[in-house]
Design a protein around this ligand. Structure first.
Ligand SMILES: [Zn+2]
Length: 459
């Protein structure tokens, strides 16, 4: 909608005389424009058709600059009025100005696309088209594309594919790698606005504030379409979302997992056992970035994470695992660099080590974070052992942290106690505590790989 209004009010379509007219008539004219949705046609060869199908009769051909009034929109088609004419034009044609017309179109298969015997998801599934293919289409109608395959005519959803002119179909074969990357990009694009809430007891607010009234309590794993991101008075970001029933509201953006982020993420690997696994340890912070600093300025997070990493490394290597580290001295690796190291590794698990800090001195304990749903089991397996360490345990939680979100390897982030809590700090400073943590993490990893192997064997 805003797109259409932008077009209407943009200078390009607003000759000065009209501007003056609108200024004179004032709000009345604006109200008029708002209630009658007008589309200005920006390309040639747009045809109004008798029905919402590219193979239906053409009523009239429009020219660039023509204005039509939209009566209704459905399934990618607009019912429009143009002078005395009344008919249909496809929105996907208006959105895709690369397309020359609604005829002679190729479908670019972007994601695994089911093909049905009729334009109905309940009809017989004929086949699945794999991404990277290009097919000439018979016609498009009401959000469905008709194609002729070797085994007959089939139908798939228009929204799943790209629409291009025949000249745009690549002639040279793409390399497999380029095709894979293209498919991943397309999948990310298709999922870019889909968010999921992976925490219990979250609320859908009626305005962007945690003090606002709430509309309902969100189910764990509920998905939303994210329409916008807004910021409240104190700088917290809220996602403006719509649920599957069309109910709109606000959720804290830090709680939203975007499905597009998980495209290309390696969920699980199965090395067989910890002895055959590669573990990448990321000692949080380093160099110019001290991380949290204790109240007496004697303890820096960057030093404790590095020391903890050494102990974990020793334990893992003693059991035969291969251990990589994002740093093994007091150097600074930027977040992107950490992710690059991981994405270029074959790590079975990436573990980022941190110690927490809060303005609230009472906050205490260990928290295990994951971002990708497929990494929950690793996080939980580790946390199930950390529970045995003498420290409050805050559980396994979703956390929107860069180094795990952007990580293509299975990834978890551990906050191993609060440096801002006096009791926690005593533990954090003790070698015993770090050894206990390291043992718990190693046992958790070992259990995880054993479970993986057992699951694989039983399948
Ligand atoms: Zn940290």
């Amino acid at each position: 909608m805003s797109n259409i209004l932008e077009k209407i009010f943009s200078k390009k379509y607003f000759p000065p005389i009209l501007t003056i007219l609108v200024l004179l008539i004032g709000s009345l004219a604006i109200a008029n424009l708002l209630s009658d949705t007008t589309i200005i046609i920006e390309q040639d060869n747009v045809v109004i058709r008798e029905s919402a199908a590219t193979n239906s009769n053409a009523i009239v051909e429009l020219s660039s600059g023509d204005q039509v009034t939209v009566i209704s929109s459905d399934n990618g088609w607009n019912r429009v009025r143009f002078g005395t004419y009344d008919g249909w034009i496809p929105q996907w044609l208006l959105d895709n100005q690369q397309l020359v017309s609604d005829q002679n179109i190729y479908a670019q298969i972007l994601v695994n696309t089911p093909v049905y015997s009729s334009p109905d998801e309940n009809s017989e599934l004929i086949t699945n088209l794999e991404s990277g293919q290009y097919l000439p289409i018979n016609y498009e109608s009401n959000g469905w594309i008709s194609v002729t395959l070797t085994d007959g005519v089939g139908y798939f959803r228009t929204r799943l594919v790209g629409l291009i002119n025949p000249e745009q179909v690549p002639t040279a074969e793409l390399t497999e790698e380029a095709m894979d990357e293209q498919a991943l990009e397309a999948e990310r694009l298709a999922l870019q606005d889909i968010g999921v809430i992976r925490s219990d007891f979250q609320l859908l607010y009626d305005s962007p504030s945690v003090y606002a009234d709430y509309i309902y309590e969100i189910d764990r794993d509920q998905t939303f379409t994210v329409l916008d991101i807004v910021t409240d008075d104190v700088g917290n970001e809220f996602a403006f979302v719509e649920d599957e029933n069309g109910i709109r509201g606000y959720v804290e953006d830090r709680l939203v997992a975007y499905l597009a982020d998980s495209v290309g993420h390696v969920g699980t690997t199965n090395p067989g056992s910890l002895a055959d696994a590669t573990i990448l340890i990321d000692p949080g912070h380093g160099g110019e970035d001290p991380g949290a600093i204790s109240y007496d300025e004697l303890t820096y997070e960057k030093d404790v994470t590095l020391d903890t990493a050494y102990i974990i490394r020793d334990h893992l290597e003693a059991l035969g695992a291969e251990v990589l580290m994002t740093r093994d001295d007091d150097s600074f690796v930027p977040l992107n660099g950490i992710v690059d190291i991981s994405n270029q590794s074959n790590a079975d698990v990436f573990i980022s080590l941190h110690y927490d800090a809060s303005l609230y001195p009472d906050w205490s304990g260990i928290t295990t974070y994951y971002y990708h749903e497929s990494d929950f089991s690793i996080a939980d397996s580790i946390n199930n052992e950390l529970i045995n360490v003498n420290m409050i345990n805050n559980g396994t939680n979703f956390g929107n942290y860069h180094v795990i979100r952007e990580n293509s390897r299975p990834a978890v982030l551990l906050e191993l106690g609060y440096m801002s809590n006096t009791n926690d700090l005593v533990s954090i400073r003790s070698e015993d505590y770090r050894h206990n943590i390291a043992e718990a993490i190693v046992t958790g990893l070992s259990n995880y790989f054993d479970n993986q192997a057992a699951n694989e064997a039983s399948n």
